[in-house]
Design a protein around this ligand. Structure first.
Ligand code: COA
Ligand code: AMP
Length: 644
């Protein structure tokens, strides 16, 4: 590659300070930086040290100042409530300032944490921006998580206030949020001083006098709060994501680097202009929602769509096309699973014919590997570039992709594109040597990471170093394995740890095993991710019961399924567990989860040389056959796993 992309990419590696200082011109600063990149305390690098700014001011107020006050900032398109609401930048400024005033009146100050546990409504964005306005640190918890997961995050983040709503709406189901919030607070050791509850018309939540405030009432009474200037290096938010255990990782994002990087991506990666409509069909509780429903489009002066519905069933597989047509969406960003769902319901894309999609210029996919079938289907019917790009909660934006705003490179099915500017990617083997193009290894990124990537883990610097920076000294370990081909295209193939991807949602099988192991009848267990045509992967449990347990297996399995629902959430899609006599292990006692997964997915595998008792594999195969999973044996290796 010798084109524009290659030049820009090379410059970003040769002169990161110069490169990102230029990008920083896209942001309004209260005070300029002393150093673009502070390298004084490796591996804790800091971007724009000494600078001051306010992220909310950059995302909202400055657009009003610059004449975008009457432009729509947020379109809330909610097929589940049959409503469409438009909020201009001026209205957003007023709502955010009022809500920031509510938080301030509750004693929330710069650096305090606020947990936001809300459905896909604009008030969730108002709450996020309200925190940013006064320098408070928000931590949004995905609405599909159960009280136990919420409690874990409450204990870790220790919020002064929790913001929630009376209910969420999932398809035709109305889910009451307040009882889940109350249960989480009851379970948590840390107790927030207050909650602020947005009452939706579908359900009125009961408020506890003195602790719980009604959003509408509190906002009406509030004194609007002005923006607070914060250091570029101050945290903007904590976003918890699955690690290898039940204890989630609290990824910390800064204000300055984050604003610079995200604003820059809107031009360079997505090729979107201020004033255009950008739609990330994700959830505010995930990193894609943070970066591309809230911050990047607003920092860029775009109109962002908040969609409260599903790709199918609300009301049909034409919903995405209707939203694009009705709101004149320029760029759509979603997970491949959403397109698999549409393709399954409407394989010939008949519903597409009812809509005018002429505003749409590109479809971006991320969250899981885009299977070539789905990519091909989307490309055939949309007749547009369909771009897979790879990123993580930790990185905050695309590590690899196809930078449409710089140069649209040829699309290779099965690859997530080329390394994005700022990301110095390598593929290393276990001896830390770089492998040949095309050979599989651990995908790592040379430090320092570009702006917008995580600063550390919340109050867990050592965990950050151990989990991400130790195995490959000098590099950030992505946890993904894959290869880079002769043309520099990155192919992300699998995780090297126990994280699985279920309908674009990142989940820890280790966390699920902790829940199964806590059942009184379970002696031992393993959870693996098995292939699913719609969701990419779904979890499957294997349990060995304690001696003397003589209850029917089905009864115990039912309890295990319910336990995961109650403790992790419905979003885990944990529907099945198999009772087995023993689990396959190496002689040193490591459970052979990789081999079990290959058996379940009908992939070829080699009998691991270190296996304790090969006969157990036949038992696992037999158990899998009972649930209709096909099998065959052959060559292949047990991949490296993080846990024993
Ligand atoms: N609040 C409460 N519950 C939620 C929830 C939320 N925000 N999100 C999901 N759930 C529940 C669902 O209701 C469902 O519950 P059920 O088992 O009682 O039916 C369960 O969690 C699983 O949900 P989901 O994985 O969404 O499956 P689905 O069958 O309802 O829908 C898809 C399948 C593919 C249509 C859907 O997963 C989808 O649109 N995925 C795209 C995801 C995405 O955008 N990811 C972001 C990465 S960019
Ligand atoms: P999350 O932190 O929830 O964004 O999940 C990040 C993980 O999702 C990555 O580490 C990958 O395993 C997977 N992932 C995300 N995007 C892609 C992609 N385009 N191709 C392959 N895997 C992806």
């Amino acid at each position: 590659m010798t084109g524009r992309y290659q030049q820009i990419y090379q410059r970003s590696l040769d002169d990161p300070e110069g490169f990102w200082a230029e990008a920083a011109a896209g942001i309004d600063w209260d005070q300029r930086w002393d150093r673009v990149l502070d390298r004084s305390n490796p591996p804790f690098y800091r971007w724009f040290a000494g600078a001051r700014l306010n992220t909310c001011y950059n995302a909202v107020d400055r657009h009003v100042r610059d004449g975008r006050g009457d432009q729509v900032a947020i379109i809330h398109d909610s097929p589940v409530t049959a409503s469409i609401t438009r909020i201009t930048y001026r209205e957003l400024q007023d709502r955010v300032a009022r809500f920031a005033g509510v938080l301030r009146a509750l004693g929330v100050a710069k650096g305090d944490r606020v947990i936001i546990y809300m459905p896909m409504i604009p008030e969730a964005m108002v709450a996020m921006l309200g925190c940013a306005r006064i320098g408070a640190i928000h931590s949004v918890v995905f609405g599909g998580f159960a009280p136990h997961e919420l409690a874990t995050r409450i204990n870790d983040a220790k919020p002064r206030v929790i913001v929630s709503a009376s209910c969420g709406i999932e398809g035709s189901k109305v889910l009451k949020y307040k009882p889940m919030l109350d249960a989480a607070i009851a379970q948590s050791e840390h107790k927030p001083a207050h909650t602020v509850i947005f009452q939706r018309p579908q359900v009125t939540a009961e408020l506890i006098p003195g602790r719980d405030l009604d959003w509408a009432q509190a906002s009406a009474d509030a004194v609007p709060a002005d923006v607070v200037s914060v250091a570029a290096t101050d945290p903007l938010y904590i976003l918890y994501t699955s690690g290898t255990t039940g204890q989630p990782k609290g990824v910390i994002r800064d204000n300055g680097g984050h604003a610079v990087a995200l604003k820059w991506t809107m031009d360079a990666l997505y090729d979107v202009r201020p004033g255009e409509v950008f739609w990330a069909a994700s959830d505010l509780g995930w990193v894609v929602g943070h970066s591309y429903i809230v911050y990047a489009p607003l920092l860029h002066g775009c109109t962002t769509v908040v969609f409260e519905g599903k790709p199918v069933g609300t009301p049909d597989a034409g919903t995405f096309w209707r939203v694009i047509d009705q709101h004149k969406v320029s760029v759509l960003f979603t997970a491949p699973t959403a397109f698999r769902a549409i393709k399954r319901e409407d394989p010939r894309a008949e519903l597409l014919k009812n809509y005018d999609l002429s505003s749409l210029r590109a479809l971006f996919l991320a969250g899981e590997r885009s299977d070539p079938d789905t990519l091909h289907w989307a490309e055939t019917h949309l007749k547009l570039p369909v771009i897979d790009h790879w990123w993580q909660t930790e990185t905050g934006w695309g590590i690899a992709g196809n930078p449409m705003g710089i140069e649209l490179l040829p699309i290779k099915y099965g690859s997530a594109g080329v390394a994005m500017p700022g990301w110095d990617l390598k593929v290393l083997d276990v001896a830390l040597a770089e492998v040949k193009p095309g050979d599989i290894g651990a995908i790592v990124c040379r430090l320092p990471l570009p702006p917008g990537a995580l600063l550390s883990l919340w109050q867990a610097d050592q965990r950050f170093v151990t989990a991400c920076l130790t195995d490959y000294p000098g590099y950030y370990q992505t946890g993904d394995a894959g290869f880079i081909d002769e043309d520099g295209y990155v192919h992300v193939m699998a995780r090297t740890d126990d994280i699985i991807n279920v309908a674009g949602h990142r989940l820890s099988t280790g966390g699920m095993e902790e829940v199964l192991a806590s059942h009184p009848d379970v002696a031992e267990c393993a959870v693996i991710g098995v292939h699913d045509d719609l969701k990419g992967q779904v979890p499957l449990g294997f349990v060995v019961l304690k001696n003397g347990v003589d209850r029917p297996d089905a009864e115990i399995v039912g309890e295990l399924v319910q336990r995961i629902r109650d403790q992790i959430g419905a979003v885990a899609s944990f529907k099945q567990a198999l009772v087995v006599e023993r689990l396959p292990k190496t002689r040193s006692g490591k459970i052979l989860r990789g081999t079990m997964q290959k058996i379940a997915d009908s992939e070829t595998y080699k009998l691991p040389a270190t296996i304790d008792d090969p006969a157990i594999l036949a038992e696992i195969e037999a158990a899998l056959r009972t649930v209709g999973l096909a099998l065959k044996t052959g060559a292949g290796e047990e991949p490296e796993r993080a846990r024993g």
